[in-house]
Design a protein. Structure first.
Length: 215
């Protein structure tokens, strides 16, 4: 779906070349859709933290949600504004005081973002602050576990998987334990984790359902 920015002095993440959904959404969105049907969300308002080219934000809008979001990518926001002008999608990141600008939401979504973040605790705190008490976070990230890591090592695919030569690529590699620790340290509570894409032990990604406790 995307290619990294060329300039080593640019930390805006991906360079986007189109406005459509990516292959990862083929296995993420069906599970996310089932969660939307199951979660007790009183108002259909969502914040997309790392909205990229706006394609997922538009997917929510097509389901009747009022959508707001940010992404640091110049090209991503350019596509988002051009293709989905009715949506409130702006340039920004989890390092900005987003709650002060946008307020709080019953739902925050962040798909395949946290693995790119240099300061994940700041990211988690930002997601928490964007949530109303009782609000839900739907977060996805590539899955890592013992059997999958072993398979990658045995197959000789570890170097390709860790993308060391990919500018602005994956820099954090999350397991169920570490992503749970990150979110709970920020004051969220993890309700469940789905492993999606392939068999569970070798899943491509995990979709985390977390919430901000009532205060």
């Amino acid at each position: 779906m995307t290619q990294p920015e060329k300039s080593p002095t640019t930390f805006s993440g991906y360079h986007y070349g189109w406005d459509g959904l990516g292959h990862v959404h083929n296995y993420l969105l069906p599970t996310l859709n089932r969660e939307l049907d199951a979660l007790p969300i009183a108002q259909k308002r969502v914040f997309d933290l790392g909205c990229g080219n706006g394609s997922v934000a538009n997917w929510f809008a097509q389901r009747g949600f009022e959508v707001h979001g940010v992404d640091p990518s110049d090209s991503g926001i350019e596509y988002a504004r051009r293709s989905f002008p009715a949506l409130d999608l702006r340039q920004g990141s989890a390092y900005d005081p987003l709650a002060a600008s946008f307020g709080a939401f019953p739902l925050v979504v962040s798909l395949e973002v946290v693995e790119h973040v240099y300061a994940p605790r700041a990211f988690a705190a930002c997601a928490r602050d964007l949530l109303e008490p009782g609000g839900y976070l739907l977060l996805s990230t590539p899955y890592h576990g013992y059997l999958k890591n072993l398979a990658l090592a045995v197959s000789g695919r570890m170097d390709a998987h860790f993308t060391a030569l990919w500018d602005h690529g994956h820099i954090k590699f999350w397991s169920r334990k570490t992503i749970t620790s990150l979110l709970e340290e920020a004051g969220l509570r993890v309700k469940r984790i789905h492993r999606v894409g392939r068999l569970a032990a070798f899943a491509r990604s995990m979709l985390v359902v977390a919430y901000r406790p009532q205060e």
